[in-house]
Design a protein around this ligand. Structure first.
Ligand code: FNR
Length: 383
């Protein structure tokens, strides 16, 4: 087998191990995928300042995100259907993150439930919330996250309606699954995936099915979801969510400085500069392009995180130089999961850690917390 040296190696291995409809679900963006692609390619426009003859002993990547210790500022982003990349996917990813000392964020749309992940981990994880119209259900989800000991709530505000996900439509990805001969063939050619999936009890949307009113099984989920995402969501909603939750709150989906100011006014502890990994508004700018603008606007008032397009430790370092206190990876850990379960997620983190450490040293810094815009050149106005 080819050696795994970079995230792209994990991606190619996952492509061979995960049924196409689920691999494509992770690997695609909305519509023309222009924002998805820009998320990755805009990082390459930022150039690093090489420094020499600087003492590079005793280096550290350790820092804090929302006051919590992290071994490096890279959290696992919330991703729906993670348990379809690999059986028990959310549990395995949470365990890998826990061992590595970085935060894991469980999606509302996860396969393994909050309770299933909590039962198989020993440290607190973060929970991501989508706000549905059924506010009683949302309150109960928040209570379940509290009972499970979750240490932060990531509130996603950029999905009042679903972006146009053409690849999923073409692949016929639906809940409940409508298996055609094509799907059965896709799964039959991935026997390890099938075997593991058939032997796990976690194969449905564990936070929702059996919990939300009218969703007793998978067959009712699709219409419920389509009906439940709330197009009337507003800044005022943060108030009651904050009250119900009572802990650290991270607002996800900021891509505009006016929205960043609203987020600050709402009193959240951190914001995530994010375009949902290029899965919502196609044509929006990349997260890294917008980051400096948001930092200049509200960086002295709120902790700023970023996700979208991070594929290497270099990308993490560039985001930190531009003012982010934390980053998140979505697809990189999903590729790892698909490629090799828990071990694959660990590999994805190890790859980023090694690249981050090497890049930091070659930039002449020993502590990630000392990096700033001076470590970059200004190219194409990105800095
Ligand atoms: C996501 N994302 C996401 N975000 C969220 O708040 N709740 C969710 O359930 C999901 N689901 C989801 C599924 C998949 C397959 C992907 C790839 C992404 C968005 C995610 O949290 C994050 O913003 C992006 O993944 C970051 O971009 P990269 O790292 O994937 O490029």
């Amino acid at each position: 087998m080819a050696p795994i040296l970079e995230i792209s190696d994990l991606k190619e291995r996952a492509r061979r191990r995960v049924p196409k409809m689920f691999f494509d679900y992770a690997d695609s963006g909305s519509w023309t995928e222009s924002t998805y692609q820009a998320n990755e390619s805009d990082f390459a426009k930022i150039k690093l300042r090489q420094r020499i003859a600087v003492d590079m002993t005793n280096r550290t990547l350790a820092t804090k995100m929302i006051g919590q210790d992290v071994s490096m500022p890279v959290a696992l982003a919330p991703t729906g259907l993670t348990g379809m990349q690999h059986a028990d996917g959310e549990i395995l990813a949470a365990q890998a993150a826990e061992e590595f000392g970085v935060p894991f964020t469980l999606s509302t749309m996860s396969i393994c439930s909050i309770e299933a992940v909590a039962a198989k981990t020993t440290k607190p994880f973060w929970f991501q919330l989508y706000v549905m119209k059924d506010r009683d259900f949302i309150n109960s989800l928040i209570d379940r996250a509290k009972n499970a000991g979750c240490s932060a709530l990531v509130l996603t505000f950029d999905l009042q309606i679903l972006g146009q996900r053409h690849k999923d439509l073409r692949n016929g990805l639906s809940a409940p699954p409508k298996f055609t001969p094509k799907h059965i063939w896709q799964m039959a050619t991935r026997p390890m995936w099938c075997m593991k999936m058939l032997t796990t009890p976690n194969r449905t949307f564990g936070n929702i099915v059996g919990h939300a009113k009218g969703v007793g099984d998978l067959s009712s989920l699709s219409s419920w979801t389509a009906e439940q995402f709330d197009p009337r969501l507003s800044w005022d909603d943060i108030e009651w969510i904050k009250k119900q939750w009572g802990g650290p709150l991270i607002l996800k989906g900021i891509l505009d400085k006016e929205d960043a100011r609203h987020a600050v006014d709402s009193g959240c502890d951190a914001i995530i500069v994010s375009n949902h990994g290029g899965r919502q508004l196609d044509g929006a700018p990349s997260s890294i392009e917008i980051l400096p603008e948001i930092v200049d606007e509200v960086g002295d008032k709120v902790e700023i995180h970023i996700d979208g397009g991070i594929r290497s430790g270099q990308d993490v370092l560039k985001a930190i130089c531009l003012g982010a206190k934390g980053t998140y990876i979505g697809r990189p850990f999903l590729y790892g999961l698909g490629a090799g379960g828990k071990q694959g997620v660990t590999q994805s983190l190890e790859i980023l850690q090694k690249e981050l450490d090497t890049t930091m040293a070659l930039c002449g810094r020993r502590d990630l917390n000392t990096l700033n815009r001076d470590n970059l050149y200004s190219i194409n106005g990105v800095k």
